[in-house]
Design a protein around this ligand. Structure first.
Ligand code: G6P
Ligand code: ZN
Length: 544
């Protein structure tokens, strides 16, 4: 194999965020930009000569050229085998599974998740380690440090690979296997859930469903699993064709972006169950006929009912949630007497807990839930989990949710996002919040007395690593919380996220609208952070 060493110059902005390096496509198209980052990753890893790398992406614009570039670089750097999804496609959870199943050294996943795609939109790349999960911070820090000094990268002189032909090719000592992106994943799902029960419930008409693939990666997965295997009618999956620009939409599963689904689920003819997933298939939004389930509630409900699912029939070892996720799952853990861990935002923080067998289930408010079956959050897995619950409990989504609130109380919850805030203003807001923290405990605002006010810091109980500055928390005596964080996934300016929650034990008050029930906390949040005052905006860009 003829290997070329190409001289390059470092870029100073290749610091991975919450989930890999995400930039505009135009940034990635700069000379050597992708190559620098990939070489920085390879330079920071050790011992992969002759080993396997898994490669795939969510199919967004620039996916195919990026895969061709990476194939040549992986070959030049000494990998022995590449496993690539057909057409360069792999959902993030499927990639995680394929890494694990094949004992691969690691994988590169090309995605900017729920961010829009297209020539003027976003692209992304992240490295997953051998357990199938996102690289922990010690890796991503090393990638960034290397990217600051890199002066060359290696590439092999190979023809472009035919990404569409399934099978194995041997190219100058390099083994390249193109796999169907869905098959292994579908088998994994069949090993977790009761597919016979699901088939019956769907064919008898007890469960009607609607899944919005948002023109992203889950289209082929949902068609195969929900329609071909489980027998749902073809119209059950909408926007199923993956498109490079996701049809011009945000492939972000929330009520604002999954608009068609939202309209149909909140109508008199709504099916029993509705769900959507994001660009790379790791997120999920759960709805039922005329009800939206917050991701925090979804996690708690899954934890409370996991024993009804074949793979979790023995019960859960423990659960975990990210810090801004509501405390609903904590109540379930307390009731079942299992540990509940609170981690910073970002799936990578669950990896050690899952590997160590400390938790079985975990989730985040950002529409992510998952378990120890892979090391990523998993959108279709969550969909199948809920379908399995509905089939087993023979209850509607609304009944399942209300029954849960009756038993555990309701953690009324919402998140307000202010997007594309100027960096200086966003940093000013954070500084302003920080300066107030020492004086807040003990102060009373209406019915809320501050119990603690701090910045969240996490010590990993498995490897002892510490992650600081993971969000500002203001907690109240009655268990309510306001949390402020700057997003780590945006590509334009800063996104301020404000997370609000209040516990309501009284069942007669469980049907309140969250914005109404949280109005006082929403007012307090503005008083503390002054985002409206400082930006001149009158309302958040997104409310979830
Ligand atoms: C990605 C990560 C999640 C994280 C989410 C929100 O989807 O995989 O683990 O919760 O981003 O991150 P952000 O920093 O934008 O709030
Ligand atoms: Zn995603």
């Amino acid at each position: 194999m003829q290997i070329e060493t190409i001289t390059t110059h470092p870029y100073n902005d290749q610091n991975p965020g919450t989930s890999g390096l995400r930039k505009k496509v135009k940034v990635f198209q700069q000379p050597g930009y992708l190559e620098n980052f990939v070489q920085s990753i390879f330079d920071s890893l050790h011992g992969f000569t002759g080993k396997t790398l898994v490669l795939g992406g969510d199919g967004r614009y620039f996916n195919r050229p990026a895969i061709q570039i990476i194939i040549k670089m992986a070959a030049a750097n000494g990998f022995g085998k590449l496993i690539i999804g057909q057409g360069g496609l792999l959902s993030t959870p499927a990639a995680s599974h394929i890494i694990r199943k094949n004992n691969a050294f690691g994988g590169l996943i090309l995605s900017a998740s729920h961010n829009p795609g297209g020539p003027d939109e976003d692209f992304g790349i992240k490295y997953n380690v051998g357990n199938g999960g996102p690289a922990p911070e010690k890796y991503t820090n090393a990638f960034y440090q290397r990217s600051l000094t890199i002066d060359s990268y290696k590439t092999a002189q190979l023809e472009d690979i035919d990404l569409d032909r399934i099978g194995t090719q041997q190219i100058e000592g390099l083994n390249i296997t193109i796999v169907d992106p869905v098959t292994d994943y579908a088998e994994l799902m069949q090993s977790i859930f009761d597919f016979n029960l699901l088939k019956q419930s769907i064919s008898s008409g007890y469960i009607t469903l609607l899944f919005d693939a948002m023109h992203a990666i889950t289209g082929p997965y949902a068609k195969r699993i929900l329609i071909d295997i489980l027998g749902a009618i073809p119209d059950s999956v909408i926007n199923a064709e993956p498109l490079e620009d996701f049809g011009g939409h945000h492939p972000d599963p929330n009520l604002a972006h999954a608009q068609e689904l939202a309209e149909r689920m909140f109508s008199p003819a709504a099916p029993v169950f509705g769900a959507a997933s994001d660009g790379d298939g790791d997120r999920n939004m759960i709805t039922g006929s005329n009800i939206f389930v917050t991701p925090s509630d979804s996690l708690a409900i899954m934890a409370a009912n996991a024993h009804l699912i074949p793979a979790y029939a023995q019960g859960l070892r423990g659960v975990a949630r990210s810090m801004p996720t509501s405390q609903a799952v904590d109540r379930v853990a307390a009731c079942y007497n299992i540990p509940c861990y609170e981690t910073p935002t970002g799936w990578k923080f669950f990896g050690n807990l899952l590997d160590a067998g400390k938790i079985t289930l975990c989730g985040e408010e950002s529409f992510g839930t998952g378990s120890d079956h892979v090391r990523e959050k998993d959108g279709l897995w969550a969909v199948l989990f809920w379908l399995n619950l509905i089939a087993r409990k023979r209850q509607s989504v609304a009944d399942i949710v209300h029954e849960h609130w009756q038993k555990f109380g309701r953690d009324i919850y919402c998140r307000h996002d202010y997007e594309a805030v100027e960096m200086d203003i966003a940093n000013g807001i954070v500084e302003h919040l920080r300066s107030q923290l020492p004086a807040l405990p003990g102060q009373t605002f209406g019915e809320y007395t501050v119990k603690y006010a701090d910045e969240f810091s996490y010590e990993d109980s498995v490897d002892g690593s510490v992650s600081s500055n993971q969000g500002i928390r203001i907690g109240f005596e009655n268990g309510s919380r306001i949390i402020f964080r700057l997003s780590g996934t945006g590509t334009v300016g800063a996104t301020l996220r404000i997370y609000l929650e209040r516990f309501e034990a009284d069942a007669s008050k469980h049907d309140q609208d969250a914005q109404v029930a949280l109005a006082e906390l929403i007012g307090l949040a503005e008083q503390f952070c002054e985002v409206k005052k400082r930006t001149g905006r009158t309302e958040p860009d997104v409310v979830t």
